[in-house]
Design a protein around this ligand. Structure first.
Ligand SMILES: NC(=O)c1ccc[n+]([C@@H]2O[C@H](COP(=O)([O-])OP(=O)(O)OC[C@H]3O[C@@H](n4cnc5c(N)ncnc54)[C@H](OP(=O)(O)O)[C@@H]3O)[C@@H](O)[C@H]2O)c1
Length: 406
């Protein structure tokens, strides 16, 4: 079991102080939570590079506050804003896709992969190819590139530290030395804002309602994925690669309070669970400090005040996305790449008001049907399949119950 490497060399790098860190996607929800922790531990970290897509104003503010050496914005149209804000500070700036790769390649002891979507593949891969310790939040990278990405991790001696709260929890309970003792793992799932909605009621939900997650505060895309349960499907695929387990050993249980994040069941009947308040600063802090622990301000658990923890099976009838993700994993080849690209396209269309909520999973299903599984032999294949699947999904993304734009 080498996917989450815990070799002593790595642990040594993590205890060096101050440690040099970089954040890909520093202006996002994961990125801002990471910045919050860094600001609380100023003496322990120096910041090498920060990146954003378009939010140059926030990026510049973060770079100033943390005295970053390099700030890069993906969208060249925002370069002027960055230049005006950081002129005279001595902070190097750049723009465009290659600038993100440069940010990932600059020397760092620890790098947060916090971009959303397959757009993070190129830069995360650049960090992996430098053998970095990568705090891994950008799950779509692993869903779309899968085994090829894990091969790069192994080849370049990189280390992935899972940030997703469920995978971070499982990592903390997983006996990597004696993985044969493990019977299964369980990812918990809040159920999202529409857990109790009928299919009819979900038909007309708005992006605003879908983004309003009942427990977690997150970026728009993952919030929609949580509402459709595609997020859990993507996480099953992520867990498959990180922990090298088949899909049938990766359970999902709906747990609306989101207090238990993940569980590992052993062959003697023991089940180790990880608990904590739903606050991403806890799993991020674990990756920042690993193998030590970093102080995080997350609300401390008061189980007596919470009173009840409840669990239910996910309803794949009302939420087909989870089934689609498992099917894509079972089909193998490039199916997970297609699933991810179709989902990103459909979520984007839903957020733009072009399709309805139920059309998201329908779009993914139709795209998978239209694209029989193909081989995924190289990263070039990943980029090609991703591009084609987005084109197919765009054609498939139509409202079932009304004309486009109606
Ligand atoms: N949010 C959570 O609590 C959470 C929990 C577990 C896992 N994750 C995973 O972590 C990742 C980030 O999620 P998030 O919620 O933090 O997303 P988010 O709030 O939407 O932030 C995304 C970040 O990526 C940047 N970005 C977006 N598109 C980009 C592009 N094409 N090229 C370069 N940079 C781009 C954004 O820049 P701008 O700000 O300039 O747009 C922002 O910095 C996702 O894969 C998500 O599934 C998130």
């Amino acid at each position: 079991m080498t996917s989450v490497v815990t070799a002593p060399r790595r642990a040594e790098a993590q205890t060096r102080r101050p440690r040099r860190v970089s954040i890909l996607g520093s202006t996002g929800s994961v990125g801002q939570n990471t910045i919050d922790l860094l600001l609380r531990h100023r003496d322990e970290f120096t910041v090498e590079a920060l990146t954003a897509n378009r939010n140059a104003a926030l990026l510049a503010d973060q770079a100033r506050k943390l005295s970053a050496r390099f700030a890069a914005v993906a969208d060249p149209a925002e370069y002027g804003v960055l230049k005006d804000a950081l002129g005279g500070t001595g902070i190097e700036i750049a723009c465009g896709r290659q600038a993100l790769v440069e940010a990932a390649e600059r020397p760092a002891d620890w790098l947060m992969a916090g971009i959303v979507g397959a757009a993070g593949l190129e830069s995360t891969l650049a960090a992996v190819r430098r053998g970095r310790i990568v705090a891994f939040a950008n799950k779509e990278v692993l869903v779309c590139a899968g085994a090829l990405f894990m091969r790069e991790v192994a080849t370049h001696g990189a280390t992935l530290l899972p940030v997703d709260s469920e995978h971070n929890a499982i990592w903390q309970c997983f006996d990597f030395e004696r993985a044969d003792n493990i019977e299964k793992i369980t990812l918990t799932c809040s159920g999202g804002p529409f857990r109790e909605h009928s299919v009819e009621r979900m038909q007309d939900v708005t992006p605003k309602e879908a983004v309003a997650h009942p427990v977690w505060s997150m970026g728009a895309k993952i919030s929609i994925d949580s509402a459709t349960l595609m997020n859990k499907g993507l996480e099953v695929i992520e867990a498959h690669h990180l922990f090298q387990l088949p899909s049938d050993l990766i359970d999902v249980v709906v747990h609306p309070q989101s207090i238990i994040h993940g569980m590992v069941a052993y062959r003697d009947g023991s089940v180790l669970a990880h608990l904590g308040s739903p606050d991403m600063r806890t799993p991020i802090a674990y990756t920042l400090g690993w193998p030590d622990r970093t102080q995080a301000p997350s609300k401390r658990l008061d189980l007596a005040a919470i009173g009840r923890l409840t669990f239910e099976a996910p309803d794949e009838g009302r939420f087909p996305a989870l089934r689609l993700a498992r099917e894509a994993l079972a089909r193998g080849g490039d199916s997970a790449t297609v699933l991810n690209a179709a989902n990103e396209t459909a979520v984007h269309a839903f957020l733009a008001g072009d399709i309805g909520f139920l059309d998201i999973a329908a779009t993914v299903e139709r795209t998978l049907e239209a694209m029989p599984p193909g081989r995924l032999d190289s990263l070039e294949d990943v980029y090609n399949v991703d591009r084609v699947a987005r084109e197919v999904a765009t054609k498939m993304a139509v409202r079932r119950n009304r004309p486009l734009g109606g």
